[in-house]
Design a protein around this ligand. Sequence first.
Ligand code: FE
Length: 201
Amino acid sequence: MSYELPALPFDYTALAPYITKETLEFHHDKHHAAYVNNYNNAVKDTELDSQPIEAVIKAIAGDASKAGLFNNAAQAWNHSFYWNSIKPNGGGAPTGALADKIAADFGSFENFVAEFKQAAATQFGSGWAWLVLDNGSLKITKTGNADTPIAHGQTPLLTIDVWEHAYYLDYQNRRPDYISTFVEKLANWDFASANYEAAIA
Ligand code: FE
């Protein structure tokens, strides 16, 4: 079924100066919109068209003959997840059950931050870093290009897009500065907590 490009959950100027209006206009209105359009055109009139995008992603993951459809589907889905992973006045640390689980599985929030930053910084080329729930344990993963944890049986809780289009206008080649800003100023722990609580309910 057709996948609708979601509106940004905040104003285009709301993340400045950390992520500027110019970046959001290109990233959401051009890049994300293109993945959505390409996905809708590619899935139309196929046997997969009756299924929601998450089911399509899971059904065709690893099928080399459907790599184009997978890449656009996964990028459409990943970006919707990313817009919810950031917010104005974000950052800081989680509270409640997710905070306790992070302390239990990573030793401390500081350890989590160090590991998350390392994963995001060392994803070679385009991709994503994620906090996921995997078989009851929190893990940090990185995925290349369009790849997504939902294709690997993991439940994503939070993500950072480390494709250059996510940060180049604002940070040029300084990916580590973008990652630090994500952690300190943008990360939406309310969203991650809601994802965690839904997963364990
Ligand atoms: Fe992106």
